[in-house]
Design a protein around this ligand. Sequence first.
Ligand code: AGP
Length: 597
Amino acid sequence: MCGIIGYTGTQDATQVVLAGLKNLEYRGYDSWGIATHPAIAITKRVGKVGEVASAELGRSCCAVGHTRWATHGGVTQANAHPHTDRSGSIVVVHNGIIENHERIREQLSHHAFASDTDTETIPHLIEHHMESGLGFEDAVRRTVRELEGSFAIVALHKDSPNMVCARQGSPLVIGIGDGEHFVASDVTAFIEHTNRVVFLEDGELAVINGTLEIEDFATGERKGVKEQTIDWSVEQAMKGNYDHFMLKEIFEQPETVAATLRGRINGNALPEIDQALLAGAERIVIVACGTSWHAGLVGKSMIEDLARVPVDVEYASEFRYRDPLIQDDTIIVPISQSGETADTLAALRLGKERGAKTISVCNVIGSTIARESDAVVYTRAGPEIGVASTKAFTSQLAVLAALALALGRAKGTLHDARYRQLTKALKAIPALITTILANAGEAKRLAQRYADRKNALYLGRGPNFPIALEGALKLKEVSYIHAEGYPAAEMKHGPIALIDKEMPTVFIAPKDATYAKVLGNIEEVKARGGKVVAVATEGDTQVAAKADDILFIPETDHLLVPFLAVVPLQLLAYHIAVLRHCDVDKPRNLAKSVTVE
Ligand code: AGP
């Protein structure tokens, strides 16, 4: 939800932190701030991360920074982080939500608070414990034990050489450099400096001062430092020669789908998952949010078709508050690009409490959902910076396809010929996406025609109904045009009343078992004066004759059409958003990772 970063080392800390904040802006960007150490100097501003001369804060070798997505307290300079205690000796940046902040304010009612945020209670509570005789580090330990809710914090005290950080329910990763340390919400903040990382676990606190010590903050037990190496290059995390991350990431899909499939469809099994676990699965419950939920719907089609195992696809935010029916042979499959979505994490934990085994599909190595699952199959999409998910979505489809194949083999429902047919078709998908991208100009041309519309309807059937939902979500979240996705047959049960010459209807109309029905639906729209944009199979003259505009995709197995049909819709949404001068990579009101409920 917010981005935090801390630095201690030999570089100009202000500039290191500022650059890191810019890389973290996709997590939230309504205000930002930096504090230096040990001479505590703070600058805080509303709006996106700007510039600050080191002279303004005084050159230092240690600093913390924060870019905010407001949850408690409006978007004001006073509410921007960092926050301090009353004397300004203690500085804290925080990502998460302190659920007992009101009780802490009551407990410290003699304190004057400068903001209306939940976060400000943290430095005040640290101050309170120091007044009772504890040293800074122990005061932080006591404080984090008393906090309820979710937090990733970095704390400094003007008289202590230590940078103290802790996490519970929000991500925090430490970067180990040559004589320097970084701590941030994710690796994008410091990847240009080091790829040596340590992911903090929930309940852990780290003290950094040229050395790194990690402990369990509930028990004080020292923990080992589990260092990993991230293989993301700086380039991957940067925009390349594209105007926006979203466009770059759309064009990365041939590579990211290929990378995600690599080593996972060559034999009968998925290397990351125990075959016995799959063989014993009698039901699958996918839990996810947003685009990841749409991927789950496509996964349902593939798994039920190939493995004949019933699949429920649940909004994580609904599932977590129900009393769900979970049996021992149920597998919960959380799908999450960030691996930190609060509702999906809560759904995972509920499933585990009820005895289910869990296999997560995540894009961020070491993310909380990944680490709390029994098994994880990572999408190898690399950092997805654009708030609107694109390459992560098709990589999620790739994992789900591989899972469906492995499950079908484990259950004995997928015979050799069909397995070979599908793995061959899957291996061809990256090249087919490349073909679509080679004609990206078509979507750009169409965008000119539809950029000024107020509404849009997206329709699809079978495995392409989720693509109608995804196409509509892409359009609305980057261009702010209202758009709805529906099963095509459902049009006559209400949405048809909306048809007029102003509202385009986008059909996903591949040559498959329901093709004739979709043709009929296109006729129904045309008969009422509606404009039709069709995503159709290359060479399909029937649809071309009926639709006002057409976006062709190559032919593939009916189960794999979603990989291809989504790409022109991603491009259409992108180009319409650009024409409408929207902030494509950071759409208003949205954040890349929704780590609050
Ligand atoms: C997708 O374009 C959106 N940004 C959003 O719906 C996203 O898919 C959702 O918040 C889930 O995020 P996750 O995959 O990181 O859990």
